[in-house]
Design a protein. Structure first.
Length: 133
């Protein structure tokens, strides 16, 4: 019996520590989602980035990256940043092309590219208008 415990113990410790890491990432993701729902976008973005940084190969990283990109597009997020959101969606699609959210990410990527093009057109139009004055 002691031999079995001696053999099984390292495996059990390894397995439990792996579960703790995933659980920690999962809890962090839930917290970040809650922060975003409450309008605490700066905190949510920071938490999503931390999950990606600390656990890049975890199953939570894909969800964190998608939610990070989404949060950067929220209309009531005063620090929304379409350029950063576009980069995050592109990176999400590169890293997780078969993810269940890939189609949604592709749709967002197209919308954000269109917004960026419209901004550039508006800037050019405004420059031309000012020259005519």
């Amino acid at each position: 019996m002691k031999k079995i415990l001696m053999i099984a113990m390292p495996f059990a410790i390894t397995w439990l520590s792996a579960c703790a890491v995933l659980t920690s990432s999962g809890r962090d993701l839930i917290a970040a989602n809650s922060q975003a729902r409450q309008g605490n976008y700066t905190e949510a973005v920071a938490t999503y980035r931390e999950i990606i940084k600390q656990h890049p190969d975890s199953r939570w990283a894909a969800d964190a990256r998608f939610r990070l990109a989404s949060t950067l597009t929220y209309h009531d997020n005063r620090r929304r940043n379409y350029t950063q959101a576009l980069r995050q969606f592109e990176l999400f699609l590169k890293l997780y092309p078969d993810h269940s959210k890939a189609k949604e990410a592709r749709d967002w990527r197209q919308v954000l590219k269109t917004i960026e093009q419209l901004k550039r057109l508006d800037i050019r139009h405004e420059k031309r208008r000012r020259k005519r004055r």
